[in-house]
Ligand binder design. Structure first.
Ligand code: ADP
Ligand code: MG
Length: 731
């Protein structure tokens, strides 16, 4: 009897319902109450200290130590009023996830007692024992010196009894060892570049913020069933499993009603989010059974990224309270839709304008067109880097699997804007070389030529990796487990660079006396032409697109180690360096860490599958086979020869099929181990990661294929692991 599986199933059946902790207050009353946000700061800080924080947020100015002392004391008093005893620098190391090391507020008072103390210098900088975080060779482990430094632009928050202070994490020598540092630098670069372009239109613009609204997809699995699947526990995905007869073919899960237990989980999760100031707004079922989505209102990019990282932690904690486990893996179940994390992105000025919103007047239309076309141009020039930014082992299963955009980077803008760009491309402009007379006679004000843009919001394409959706672009290829910081670092950097190039080109024309609008139009017109290749309005999931893309020279890089290679080309290294987002050393270190991470994940999957196949599946199959053999023998003893031949034939075939499949599994498992042994001798991490991709990963598929066939043959009672239908439908 396969007791683990059946125990787990019994557990699920007998589970008592968990009740959500209902907070009957309106959301507005609890929202942000565990956050040291501007409102709270205003109450607790002197006007001087408060202004200092505002200046730091808006202009990146430094907060001096006396002011930091004041802020630290205020934070401590506020936190203690909420029963907080500890504080931690909260950061996002390159391992993924978040890290924290808690310290108590108290210090000895040297009179035998203690006092609660928190000083500015502890707020500003700490040195966690960080020797086990990856550094890609930047920091010698024996030195173990990494520093966390306060990010005053993202507010501190309380989890349980701990005050969490968002920080960056850098090496002793100053190189970034986390996701946040390059993101902050990229946001600064795009701010400066975008402000410069905005000033053509409005001299009052002083700051441009990138905005991000993510949509998080995830699966929920009952924790008893989860625990009975070593592959889910150790790798986050089902390495084996036959997809159920009722999969997602009927699409009945999508926007269907949410099961009560799941709803209780969601409700509590939302309450937690509100306390933390995460503006969660939308929840619904996703396409696959057991799959859900949650999305907040968009926010400034850095805060939004922090909120997503925080959310992933909080989700895990709340799910456990409801005896669920959250799967954030991009493809936990083969054959069933995987999970992504759409990143909706735009740029907003401090004057309250969304730069990707077409606006009402021709002037604002031109500004819109400038940002819109420059973004497309950036995707055309640097699409490879966007591809690299979404690369991870999990996402390889999802991209191009008819459920997510392919690994080809393209831009969708809808038929109206396509028409508009076509018209603009055709438009003739007067140049300053023509005589002034002629100009005043002939000239139609260029600005007046800008057509009114009324967007039809139904013009959507869900198969494009980067789609314009009315007033923002939506990067759809991001994986569900990713830290949004990485794609956002790349997107903001490439747009920053592109806006700088645009401004330079326009300024050169201005020097030659060309009118501002004409100069902008002629540069944009050139961009429309030169970036046509990256635009695609058709079905991104179709085979036809693969052919078209190839003929356009667009790359279709399907696996992570190859995609990561785009990060370390000379032009990529230059780009990050020039924009002061990452030095060469930092880029190379990151590349190294990501390859290592990839290689280790495949290695772990390969080991886990080897164990599962060897210790769980093969024994179950052999047991069943023995039952069949016994049966055949018994038939032979009981029946007449001629009857026996008729009856036993099918069972003999089954016995043969099982042994063939078992032999194939054993042979592949041995070969897989040998392949790993060989590759593990390789020193070079790029070689090692690509070898794991090309030589080890195929065994994961071939072994799985046989195991999944066996699942259909072996007696259900003997099957040791919870099946897909149980994992997906038991709620
Ligand atoms: P869907 O993609 O499911 O159709 P919506 O179009 O309703 O969803 O919005 C998706 C997301 O876009 C939301 O999370 C929202 O916060 C975000 N969003 C809306 N406007 C902006 C903006 N200006 N910048 C960034 N994100 C935005
Ligand atoms: Mg979306």
């Amino acid at each position: 009897m396969a007791s683990t599986r059946f125990n787990a199933l019994n557990h699920v059946l007998n589970r008592k319902k968990t009740e959500p902790i209902f907070n009957n207050k309106p959301i507005s009353e609890s929202f942000g109450s565990n956050v040291f946000n501007l409102g709270t700061m205003k109450k607790y800080l002197t006007p001087e200290a408060y202004n200092s924080v505002i200046q730091a947020i808006n202009h990146g100015t430094k907060i001096n130590e006396p002011v930091a002392d004041q802020i630290a004391t205020a934070m401590k008093i506020w936190a203690m009023s909420k029963k907080v005893t500890h504080y931690t620098h909260w950061f996002q190391p390159l391992t993924g996830g978040t890290a924290e090391k808690h310290d108590a507020f108290f210090e000895p008072d040297h009179m035998g007692g203690t006092i609660e103390k928190f000083e500015g210098k502890l707020l500003i900088q700490q040195e966690p024992d960080a020797s086990s975080f990856p550094s890609g060779g930047i920091r010698n482990t024996f030195e173990a010196r990494g520093y966390t430094a306060w990010d005053p632009t993202s507010p501190a928050f309380i989890i349980g009894r701990t005050l969490c202070i968002p920080t960056i994490f850098v090496a002793y020598t100053g190189e970034a060892l986390d996701y946040k540092t390059p993101l902050l630098r990229a946001l600064h670069a795009v701010d400066q570049a975008a402000v410069d372009v905005c000033r053509y239109f409005d001299p009052n613009v002083k700051k441009v913020n990138a905005t991000l609204g993510w949509e998080q997809e995830y699966f929920l699995v009952d924790s008893a069933l989860f625990n009975a699947r070593p592959d889910l526990v150790l790798t986050g995905r089902a390495l084996i499993g036959q997809s159920p007869a009722k999969g997602q073919q009927l699409d009945d899960h999508y926007f269907g009603s949410i099961p009560e237990r799941v709803l209780h989980f969601m409700h509590e999760l939302e309450q937690e989010c509100y306390l933390l100031g995460i503006p969660v707004k939308t929840r619904h079922n996703e396409v696959a059974p057991g799959q859900y989505e949650l999305a907040p209102v968009f926010e400034e990019c850095n805060i939004s990224v922090d909120h997503n990282s925080l959310l992933m932690d909080v989700m895990d904690k709340v799910a456990r309270r409801h005896h669920f486990r959250v799967l954030l893996h991009e493809k936990p179940f083969a054959e069933i839709n995987g999970s992504g994390k759409h990143n909706n992105w735009s740029l907003a000025t401090d004057t309250g304008k969304n730069l990707l919103s077409p606006g009402e007047t021709p002037e604002s239309n031109l500004q819109f067109l400038a940002f819109f076309i420059n973004t497309i141009k950036a995707m055309d020039t640097y699409g490879d880097l966007v591809r690299a930014s979404i690369a991870c082992a999990g996402n390889d299963h999802r991209l191009g699997a008819n459920e997510a955009p392919p690994a080809i980077i393209s831009v969708f803008i809808g038929s109206q804007l396509t028409q508009l760009l076509n018209d603009l491309e055709e438009m003739k402009f007067l140049t300053s070389s023509q005589s002034d007379d002629k100009k005043s006679n002939q000239r139609l004000n260029v600005v007046e030529k800008v057509p009114e843009i009324r967007l039809d919001n139904t013009d959507r394409n869900r198969t494009s990796p980067f789609a314009f959706t009315g007033n923002k672009f939506e990067l759809r290829a991001v994986g569900s487990s990713s830290n949004c910081a990485e794609p956002m670092t790349v997107l903001n950097t490439i747009v920053a660079q592109q806006l700088k190039d645009f401004k330079n080109a326009v300024d050169v024309m201005l020097e030659f006396g060309v009118r501002k609008e004409e100069a902008m139009f002629s540069v944009l017109k050139e961009y429309i032409k030169s970036s046509k290749n990256v635009r695609f309005e058709g079905d991104g999931y179709s085979d036809e697109w693969l052919k078209i893309a190839e003929s356009r020279g667009l790359k279709n890089v399907k696996t992570t180690p190859y995609a990561l290679g785009f990060y370390v080309t000379d032009s990529a290294l230059d780009l990050f360096e020039k924009n002061e987002v990452m030095s060469r050393v930092e880029s190379m270190a990151r590349h190294h860490i990501q390859l290592e991470k990839y290689q280790m994940r495949i290695q772990i999957e390969s080991r886990v599958l080897g164990d599962l196949a060897g210790n769980h599946i093969v024994p179950a199959a052999v047991k069943y086979q023995n039952t069949l053999i016994e049966n055949v023998k018994a038939l032979k003893d009981t029946l007449e020869e001629s009857d026996y031949r008729k009856v036993a034939q099918e069972q003999v075939e089954l016995i043969k099929e099982i042994s063939e499949r078992v032999s194939s599994i054993i042979a592949d498992k041995e070969a897989m181990i040998e392949a790993r042994k060989g590759i593990n001798k390789t020193e070079d991490i790029r070689e090692k990661a690509t070898a794991y991709c090309d030589e080890v990963k195929p065994y994961l598929d071939s072994i799985r294929y046989q195991v999944d066939k066996l699942e259909m043959l072996v007696d259900d009672d003997l099957w040791p692991l919870p099946k897909y239908r149980e994992l997906l439908y038991s709620k």
